[in-house]
Ligand binder design. Structure first.
Ligand SMILES: *[C@@H]1O[C@H](CO)[C@@H](O)[C@H](O)[C@H]1NC(C)=O
Ligand SMILES: *[C@@H]1O[C@H](CO)[C@@H](O)[C@H](O)[C@H]1NC(C)=O
Length: 448
């Protein structure tokens, strides 16, 4: 602090002396060659003044710059966002070798909480605040749509622990008549666009974790995302990290493998990290509704994958919502939230980088003995703890998925949690790869 104060003081002294010298100079300078030419003199004076102003502006900028540099924690200092004259600090994170998953310097990752009319957002915020290791590193921004007063009061009750912003446009979205019942989805899409623009454009952050108001988080939620951020910077074939495993039910996950992460071609949402670059890419074409299924289309995904955990780091407690009533009862309430924290930032997770993961993954899947579904279900499998069950058509995939209790729906041809067409889960302690034949060439978007 004293250093900072002295630099600022020096700056001020410099600034004042500059002005004093300038005044002396202007007063003592000889008259122009043609004193009677008033117009020319006025123009000269104006030009001089402008040049001086320019110099002074530069000086002030320098003062500002240096005091900013010494200020290690300016209120929300954006993640690795450096003043323009510095070498881009972002390079530190994107190029740091960090094979051990070491964290980039001075990173800030805001949590964007999408809220509307559910006062139960309290449960979400309580859980986010319970595990938050640092307010500076993880500022929480709650974006509220819908103008719901009670929900607004709940958010405000957290005071300075969170930032409350309000989506200003509460009007109905014009929709085609046959979509009138989907009005809610249009408003959600509009809200996401506005809120993400606030985070990236208005507030200037370089990354964000998006969380909906009906999610609660695991103790190592922040560790997971902080470590994943490094991966996203390193690997352009990753476009998100998600806290969610669509098949994260107790019976389908390896209980002791909290540390285990995967790549997924399916965009899971439900607590997910993205970089500014992705938002800049998606924002101009952001859809009026159903943004998540839109994001899953090949034109948006462009072959990119997300990181997802074996054990979920979020769980939804909400039932009320535009889509989730029945789905919650049948499925979501069985999702297992990880309770065994992993220090991901101190763990080597570079195995998720494409060039390391893909050959390993192919070897695992197609090196595993092939078994028939009945054999696996009955536990009559000879050999290892890993097996492969193959599907060839959409219908066999669905039938097999149903038999094992994994999600059977497909979006743009991609099954939930699938990677290279393979859905990986456990069945009675055995790792099962539900996989297409080895000569698989890609997803078929007509599989729905
Ligand atoms: C960032 O790192 C890349 C790769 O090492 C390098 O080519 C580039 O010049 C760096 N940019 C800056 C601004 O330092
Ligand atoms: C981290 O893991 C990667 C891939 O598994 C490996 O190549 C690298 O050597 C590991 N780094 C350290 C420091 O152990």
């Amino acid at each position: 602090m004293p250093r900072k104060v002295s630099v600022v003081a020096w700056g001020v002294v410099l600034f004042v002396s500059w002005n004093a010298l300038l005044l002396l100079y202007l007063m003592s300078r000889p008259r122009g060659p043609n004193p009677s030419d008033l117009t020319a003199r006025v123009i000269r004076l104006a030009e001089d003044a402008e040049a001086e102003l320019e110099k002074q502006r530069g000086l002030l900028q320098q003062i500002h710059h240096y005091s900013g540099l010494l200020n290690r924690r300016p209120p929300p200092r954006r993640e690795t966002r450096a003043p323009p004259s510095l070498p881009r600090l972002a390079n530190v994170s994107s190029t740091s070798p960090s094979p051990t998953g070491s964290i980039p310097l001075q990173v800030t990752i805001p949590i964007l909480v999408i809220a509307c009319d559910r006062p139960s957002v309290r449960r979400c915020l309580d859980s986010l605040l319970k595990y938050r290791p640092s307010l500076e590193t993880f500022p929480i921004v709650v974006s509220q749509d819908c103008g719901h007063e009670e929900t607004g009061r709940v958010i405000d009750s957290y005071g300075s622990a969170v930032t409350h912003i309000r989506q200003p446009d509460l009007s109905e979205v014009p929709v085609p008549p046959e979509h009138r019942k989907f009005q809610g989805y249009y408003k959600i899409s509009r809200h996401y666009k506005w809120a993400l623009n606030q985070i990236f454009m208005t507030m200037g952050y370089n990354s964000a974790i998006v969380v909906e108001d009906d999610l609660e988080v695991a103790p190592d939620f922040y560790e997971y995302f902080q470590a994943s951020l490094t991966l996203l910077h390193q690997d352009p074939t990753l476009w998100c990290a998600s806290a969610w495993n669509d098949n994260g039910k107790e019976a389908l996950v390896e209980g002791g493998a909290s540390f285990l992460l995967h790549r997924s071609d399916f965009f899971p949402g439900l607590g997910w990290l993205l970089l500014r670059e992705l938002w800049e890419e998606l924002e101009p074409k952001w859809p009026p509704a159903f943004w998540d299924d839109w994001a899953r289309r090949p034109e948006q995904r462009r072959g990119r994958a997300c990181v997802r955990p074996e054990l979920p780091r979020t769980r939804t407690f909400g039932r009320k919502g535009v889509s989730q009533g029945q789905f919650f009862d049948q499925h979501l309430r069985f999702i297992k939230l990880n309770q065994d924290p992993v220090a991901f930032t101190k763990t080597n997770i570079s195995y998720l980088l494409k060039e390391i993961y893909d050959p390993w993954f192919i070897g695992q899947v197609y090196g595993a003995p092939r078994a028939r579904v009945e054999e696996v279900l009955r536990g009559h499998v000879l050999g290892g703890r890993t097996v492969r069950v193959e599907y060839t058509t959409r219908d066999t995939f669905k039938a097999l998925a149903r038999a094992f209790g994994v999600m059977e729906d497909l979006k743009s041809g991609v099954a939930r949690a699938a990677y290279m067409g393979v859905v990986s889960f456990t069945h009675k302690g055995r790792r099962v790869y539900l996989a297409p034949p080895g000569d698989w060439t890609g997803y078929d978007p007509s599989w729905t």
